[in-house]
Design a protein around this ligand. Structure first.
Ligand code: SF4
Length: 148
């Protein structure tokens, strides 16, 4: 079913913050179930996005990210490839007592650190205070505001 203009969420249909889904397996299941609808929405958005779409997304992300406890999740660190700066790689390799060459051979491919990140300790980053810039600014559409 194509995404129609009248399918835009109305105020009444918008999710309440308390109703947001945070269970990762359920989110995966929902994304698979709604894959066609999500693609239709993306296509619709490309043609119909308002000029202030970045501001809208920023506002929504601020609202909903406060509901996610990264320390209970760590899915990003467990599942995404990460591209760190050379100086950051050197710091991490040194922390692990390795040469940068050994670190690259053991943990990287095509210039990226393979998941799970070797600095992940359980669900916590073992170098959190000195984590790479790409981790500090993730997911990249939120300006750095010092939020932990
Ligand atoms: S360095 Fe820390 S924050 Fe960055 S991906 Fe690795 S565990 Fe996650």
């Amino acid at each position: 079913m194509a995404y129609q203009d009248e399918m835009k969420p109305t105020k009444q249909k918008q999710l309440l913050a308390s109703a947001i889904e945070t269970d990762l397996s359920r989110i995966k299941q929902l994304s698979q179930e709604h894959d066609d609808e999500n693609w239709d929405f993306r296509s619709w958005l490309k043609q119909n996005a308002p000029d202030n779409i970045d501001g809208i997304v920023h506002g929504l992300s601020q609202k909903y990210f406060t509901l996610i406890d990264c320390k209970q999740c760590a899915n990003c660190c467990r599942s995404l490839h990460a591209e760190f700066k050379k100086s950051e790689l050197l710091h991490i390799a040194t922390t692990l007592g390795q040469s940068i060459e050994a670190f690259e051979k053991q943990f990287m491919s095509e210039g990226e650190v393979n998941p799970p990140c070797p600095m992940l300790d359980g669900k916590l980053c073992s170098i959190y205070e000195n984590r790479p810039e790409v981790c500090r600014t993730y997911p990249h559409y939120i300006p750095t505001d010092g939020r932990d």
